[in-house]
Design a protein around this ligand. Structure first.
Ligand code: ZN
Length: 325
């Protein structure tokens, strides 16, 4: 009896030791949509840490001491890149570890779109919308045009097209398999099922928005270019030029005018920004309001977040625009 217990105990230790050998690498991810893709690929192996948690916005985020500590211990860091998570630039440069840093806007196979500055977004003065520190220098000035595009030439809301999410997921899987070959089989299997989910999502979204494709609408910030291109929906303008800077009276009246020109439409707020502005824009028009959450401020982090984020953009657009014809 005693002998049997000892054996059981010994095999329990052996199991624990085996598990420790296949332990997951310490992975840190910048923002929720990307974190969701990494969490899917690491399912059954481990859980990645997330920097921009809760309702925080990547456009206005400040690093916390706990974020710096997580970066110090990381073996892999995934971020979108210089044009989006400006708050990460200095910490990543000064990071004194051997962490592998992966900038996902370099993922092979991504379709990247330039910042748009014309057409419906004519008041989009300089495209430097992700650099909070310099936002105060931009108000109403076109003089500095072109100075900032060395790092931020492209629209960085890359994840809002499932084909781009697929390209980033492939890059994530490749990186994890290199860093942690013991779990390469699990990463590959998870990538395969993730790819199947992307295909289903793509079909669902195309069907969801098909009836409202031709109805122009107004958004809070110009985040939706990839979604628009993929599914053919029509953003007619954005309330803010940059998410860090509140629009002035002139821009509000331009948007107001645009709504009147378009006739009935929808104006979409975003959960982490001031809803009052949307009411100001709506005043005296027959437009309705809805909410879009392109950076997942209201969603719980995890493998399913990416799919909830994308599906809710489709259903919110459909709900508002089909009730308003
Ligand atoms: Zn954004």
């Amino acid at each position: 009896m005693v002998k049997k217990n000892t054996l059981l105990l010994a095999s329990a230790f052996a199991l624990a030791a085996g598990a420790a050998q296949a332990e997951a690498p310490d992975v840190v991810v910048s923002i929720k949509p990307i974190h969701s893709l990494v969490a899917s690929i690491m399912q059954g192996v481990g859980k990645p840490a997330l920097i921009v948690e809760g309702a925080a916005s990547p456009h206005t985020y400040s690093m916390k001491p706990s974020n710096a500590a997580a970066l110090q211990d990381a073996s892999v860091v995934f971020w979108v890149g210089h044009g989006l998570e400006a708050f990460l630039e200095k910490p990543l440069e000064s990071l004194g570890t051997s962490a592998k840093i992966v900038e996902l806007d370099d993922a092979p196979g991504l379709e990247k779109l330039k910042f748009r500055e014309g057409g419906a977004f004519e008041a989009h003065d300089d495209g430097d919308e992700h650099e909070a520190a310099s936002a105060d220098a931009h108000d109403g000035s076109h003089e500095a045009e072109g100075h900032h595009h060395d790092e931020g030439e492209f629209d960085m809301h890359l994840w809002l097209d499932p084909q781009n999410a697929k390209a980033m997921a492939a890059d994530i899987e490749k990186t994890l398999a290199e860093v942690d070959p013991a779990n390469a089989g699990a990463y590959k299997a998870n990538l395969d099922s993730l790819n199947a989910r992307f295909d289903t999502l793509d079909k669902t979204l195309a069907e969801t928005v098909a009836p409202i494709k031709d109805k122009p609408f107004i958004v809070f910030h110009d985040a939706y270019q990839y979604f628009e291109k993929r599914y053919g929906v029509k953003v007619a303008g954005s309330i803010t030029v940059s998410p860090e800077t509140m629009p002035g009276a002139e821009r509000i009246s331009q948007i107001h005018k645009k709504i009147q020109e378009l006739g009935a439409t929808c104006v979409f707020a975003e959960p982490q920004f001031e809803p009052k502005l949307v009411n100001v824009v709506l005043e005296g028009t027959s437009a309705k309001s809805g909410t879009l959450d392109p950076e997942a401020a209201t969603l719980e982090a995890g493998p399913d977040l990416y799919f909830k984020l994308m599906e809710s953009i489709g259903t919110s657009l459909k709900a508002c625009l089909s009730s308003n014809s």
